[in-house]
Design a protein. Structure first.
Length: 141
């Protein structure tokens, strides 16, 4: 511990620059990704607001385990098949990916296309499964 404190005292400029860079990265990534919800909020949206769960993982990964009732539309084809989602423009939509990181760009695309209530699941399917929430395996929902 004393080594760490000594390092910080001797290199305080580098430490301040590192904290500033990390803070800036966090701020820009948060802005880019849009609003996120945790598993509790997502479950509430599913049960009370009949939210669409949009799983943007590739089909092979989706079939290994997904949220029951989720609609699979891989991120690689979202722009091409956006018309399939038009009926959900006024409905709540929760975008789910593997770790919660790539869903932000899809949220942004959907918002730019006029979707009103789009959020991403923080932590993605990794967070969902670590919370021991139910997962459906097999064919598409």
């Amino acid at each position: 511990m004393q080594n760490f404190i000594g390092f910080v005292q001797e290199n305080w400029v580098l430490v301040v620059l590192w904290i500033s860079a990390a803070g800036t990265l966090y701020y820009t990534e948060t802005k880019k990704a849009g609003k996120s919800v945790n598993t509790t909020e997502a479950t509430r949206m599913i049960n009370r607001e009949n939210a669409l769960i949009l799983d943007i993982r590739e089909t092979q990964e989706f079939t290994k385990g997904h949220i029951a009732g989720a609609y699979n539309l891989p991120a690689s084809v979202v722009e091409k098949k956006l018309s399939e989602l038009n009926r959900y423009k006024t409905c709540p939509v929760v975008v789910v990916c593997k770790m919660g990181t790539s869903a932000g760009s899809v949220v942004k695309k959907l918002k730019n296309q006029g979707f009103e209530q789009v959020v991403r699941l923080a932590g993605g399917m990794a967070e969902w499964t670590s919370a021991s929430l139910p997962v459906k395996k097999g064919k598409l929902s």
